[in-house]
Design a protein around this ligand. Structure first.
Ligand SMILES: C[S@@+](CC[C@H](N)C(=O)[O-])C[C@H]1O[C@@H](n2cnc3c(N)ncnc32)[C@H](O)[C@@H]1O
Ligand code: SF4
Length: 364
């Protein structure tokens, strides 16, 4: 039974130079229209009691409290549900954070990216170092007890010291959870253009591996559990919602361009407002792509996402075709076999973790 929903808010104040997430600049009227259509889309789904609700973007924190509240009113949940909202510093003040808490948001994911002013500028972020830190502190002051911070590394011109300093600043704040992503050079972004022109250079692989190794070691020293390739948390503070993706559980996705996995179907909504609105006005689900998931595909996908969970990994498949792959990866030292409670599971070894993409390729 599905119990998770992802809600896409495709608006940002300004596009960051590296980002290809689906988001646009907008005015209040456009946002209001969007919220109304989004609510109509939610109404097309059965009333479900949600264990996790995730507002992602874009920048969901750009919305007014009343708009977020209006969406939440359409959803059923209780005080144990995890309700996350992505926050971009500079789009919230203390009053707004108070409001978010009041309407039921109980987990924030704050896009810090770096605590270095030079890199913040390079990334094209709208916030400065103090904005990031103050947003976090204000969130604590108004009572948020579950906060995640997003960092990025392997930025053009960044050295291992820079990353270490970012981590030190993050540890001083002591969030329950953080994600740290190595920069992906996405086609069509300003960064990609600069890469092609030779203005920016990719970090070489061995330096990126050293950065990642340092991140893993330092985080462990600070008492963080490295539970997913790019995610770290204090004991019991794993992201409940995202963990469902990694466990290949179904979830509903609503909003422009949102993906979902529901009733054995993987789908993606229209990414342009015109078609998205048009389908909803006709009372139809605004889906552009629909793919029925076969048992084989489900098993493949379960391996691909499940191995990202570093402690749990994946349960051994009953489908014999996977045994050859397991054996090869075991022999090459990429996987480790663990047995507990009569179950056989596979997890990535350290070697497998550093070459995770190569491991995943074996399963497709
Ligand atoms: C939707 S954004 C988070 C919320 C908000 N829009 C913000 O940026 O503060 C999700 C996260 O993806 C990461 N991200 C975006 N583009 C990326 C890229 N090209 N490479 C690596 N990480 C990226 C950033 O860390 C970002 O915080
Ligand atoms: S990183 Fe966040 S704030 Fe920047 S453009 Fe992407 S979604 Fe918007």
């Amino acid at each position: 039974m599905v119990d998770a929903i992802y809600i896409h808010i495709p608006f940002c104040i300004r596009k960051c130079g590296y980002c290809d997430f689906l988001s646009f600049q907008s005015n209040e009227i456009e946002r209001e229209k969007y919220i109304n259509k989004l609510i109509n889309e939610i109404k097309l789904y059965p009333k479900i009691k949600y264990d996790t609700i995730y507002f992602g973007g874009g920048t969901p924190s750009i919305l007014k409290i009343e708009e977020i509240e209006k969406i939440l009113k359409e959803l059923s949940f209780d005080e144990n549900s995890e309700i996350t909202l992505e926050v971009n510093p500079k789009t919230v003040d203390k009053e707004k954070l108070k409001g978010l808490k009041k309407i039921g948001i109980n987990r924030l994911s704050i896009g810090i990216q770096t605590f270095n002013q030079e890199f913040l500028k390079k990334l094209g972020r709208i916030h400065n170092i103090d904005d990031g830190i103050n947003t976090y502190k204000m969130a604590r002051e108004v009572g948020f007890k579950n906060i995640s911070l997003d960092l990025m590394f392997s930025l053009p011109g960044q050295n291992i010291d820079d990353v270490e300093k970012d981590l030190d600043k993050l540890f001083l704040l002591n969030p329950e959870h953080f994600s740290i992503y190595s920069l992906i050079w996405e086609e069509g972004t300003l960064f990609y253009e600069k890469l092609l022109k030779g203005e920016y250079k990719e970090t070489d692989n061995s330096l990126e591996a050293d950065m990642y190794q340092m991140i893993i070691e330092k985080s462990k020293e600070q008492g963080y559990i490295h539970y997913e390739i790019s995610n770290f948390c204090k004991e019991g503070k794993e992201a409940k919602h995202n963990t469902k993706y990694w466990k290949n559980q179904e979830y509903i996705g609503v909003g422009l361009g949102a993906s979902g996995y529901y009733q054995n179907i993987r789908y993606k909504n229209f990414s342009n407002f015109e078609d998205y609105y048009d389908r909803i006005e006709k009372g139809l689900l605004p889906r552009e792509d629909i793919e029925k998931v076969s048992e084989d595909e489900k098993e493949e996908y379960r391996h691909l996402v499940g191995l990202r969970l570093l402690k749990e990994g994946i349960l051994e498949s009953s489908d014999k075709k996977f045994y050859k792959i397991y054996n090869k990866l075991l022999k090459d030292g990429y996987l480790k076999k663990i047995e507990s409670n009569g179950e056989i599971r596979y997890i990535l070894t350290e070697k497998g973790l550093f070459l995770a993409n190569e491991v995943f390729e074996e399963f497709v």
